[in-house]
Write a protein that binds this ligand. Structure first.
Ligand code: URP
Ligand code: ZN
Ligand code: ZN
Ligand code: ZN
Length: 465
């Protein structure tokens, strides 16, 4: 067989194995993983490098509507460029339901945003914020039939928060169609009440942000989401879990056989909480929902990852610029106010190297676990496997080559998004992706990044419209 590309002599790492082999690629797909493959048209020497499936980032926000008057920094060009430079080859952002538009229009509009701009492949989830009888009865089933099989609902955030009866309707419709309901589990009523109380006391600094949404708020909502899943029989994914208390509820549900999946993110595993108490505006670089916690919660989350309570580690990339005119989180001279900073952190490009350093290099995760939670499981959970998240013959040749052992300091100046900071500035990394292939095409190579925006494709069962 004629091979377009052979990646030779690397250490192949999958969710189950690790071995020395060559990887042969033809027409954008992996066709062989074996020793001593025949010469390819293009040869890459991967001696000393790890050869892993490209990452699948199943939770990121790209080109969504403004929130709290702030616009996301990254469009599809910047988000997919950053992702590729960080070893990720598939992203799953959210098409966000808008008042006055049908879900179908929302999805078509979102396809229009990605098309012609994405560098790597993508699939979509939908955010549901307006629940009506036609939505549940017709719109949702029609989209599920077309292959859109994951829907996020919020238990908090003004304008997004759904009441339990609405969530039950969504979960029930999702279950009927075999779709997955993703839940942002924080009790919005409690967040509102706590926030007002803090304001009345004059405690409005960013340190108060974490107090407005303590672990009890997340624990209660997590338990309720699991109860709603039990009642409807729906499969749920608790997204961006931040606390040990929420994790306890997830284990509680999983132990009882309730179909509960869970995701956490680097910002929680790294325990960024103390940064919310940094002076002045600096703390705004760490505001996200749920709030980052401290090292005790982080230690619990690592245990949850090791034991399999979490299936996924996603970035929840949601970049708002620190300075600048639109979407800025530091509002110049005024004192920061915990209710006025839009929540969300950039993280598409840093997700994998941070997790590798903190997880694998520190002995907390095996390389197999790393590949599972960052590539294979997300592909499985969201129906993209084995085309994505795997190095099996037949899979798309989405491959990252990793160097390990060399130290590097993380600097925003070296990243490729359109944000203007990273919350991880100055952290040390001991491994990172040096080359990334998307369907057999090189998109990142040691500082060089492809400018072929638009080559990325939608993956999924989008029916012709
Ligand atoms: O703070 C966060 N996580 N912003 C992104 C929106 C969400 O809730 O995922
Ligand atoms: Zn959320
Ligand atoms: Zn900081
Ligand atoms: Zn999110």
């Amino acid at each position: 067989m004629r091979l377009d590309l052979v990646i030779r002599n690397g250490t192949v790492v999958t969710a189950s194995d690790e071995f020395e082999a060559d990887v042969g690629v033809a027409e954008g797909r992996i066709v062989a993983v074996a020793r001593d493959l025949a010469k390819g048209d293009q040869e890459i020497d991967a001696t000393g490098l790890l050869v892993m499936p490209g990452g699948v980032d199943a939770h990121c926000h790209v080109e969504e509507p403004e929130y709290m008057g702030a616009r996301l920094a990254d469009d599809f060009v910047a988000a997919t460029r950053g992702a590729a430079c960080g070893g990720t080859t598939t992203i799953m952002p959210f098409a966000n339901q808008l008042p006055g538009k049908s879900l179908r229009e929302v999805v078509e509009d979102y396809h229009g945003r990605a098309q012609g701009k994405a560098l790597i492949d993508y699939a979509f989830h939908l955010i549901l914020s307006q629940v009506s009888a036609p939505l549940i009865g017709q719109e949702l089933p029609a989209l599920i039939a077309d292959g859109y099989r994951s829907f996020k609902v919020f238990m908090t955030y003004p304008g997004y928060m759904l009441e339990d009866a609405q969530i039950l309707e969504v979960m029930d419709a999702a279950r009927r169609g075999g779709a997955l309901t993703m839940v942002h589990a924080e009790n919005g009523h409690c967040v509102h009440w706590l926030g007002q109380r803090l304001e009345a006391r004059g405690e409005t600094g960013l340190g108060a942000f974490a107090e407005s949404a303590p672990p009890a708020v997340e624990r209660e909502a997590t338990h309720r989401a699991i109860a709603l899943a039990e009642i409807t029989g729906a499969k749920v994914m608790i997204v961006h879990v931040s606390s040990g208390q929420a994790l306890e509820q997830i284990r509680w549900g999983q132990d009882r056989g309730i179909p509960v999946l869970a995701e956490t993110c680097p910002q929680y595993l790294l325990g960024l909480g103390p940064h919310l108490h940094e002076p002045g505006w600096e703390a705004a670089k760490h505001v996200c929902s749920p709030p980052p916690r401290g090292s005790d919660d982080a230690a619990e989350l690592w245990r949850g990852l090791q034991q399999g309570a979490f299936q996924l580690v996603s970035s929840d990339h949601c970049p708002y610029r620190f300075a600048g005119t639109d979407g800025k989180r530091s509002q110049g001279g005024e004192r920061p106010h915990f209710r006025k900073v839009p929540p969300g952190l950039p993280g598409l490009e840093t997700r994998l190297p941070l997790l590798y350093h903190e997880g694998v290099a520190q002995g907390r995760l095996t390389r197999q676990q790393f590949v599972a939670v960052t590539a294979t499981n997300p592909a499985r959970v969201y129906g993209l496997y084995p085309r994505k998240g795997s190095l099996m013959p037949g899979a798309d040749a989405d491959i990252a080559l990793w160097s390990q052992g060399e130290r590097r300091i993380l600097r925003h100046a070296d990243l490729h998004d359109d944000c203007d900071y990273t919350p991880y500035e100055g952290r040390e990394l001991s491994a990172w992706p040096v080359v990334t292939f998307s369907r057999g095409e090189k998109v990142w190579d040691r500082g060089w990044v492809s400018n072929a925006a638009g080559r990325g494709r939608h993956v999924g069962n989008r029916s012709p419209s």
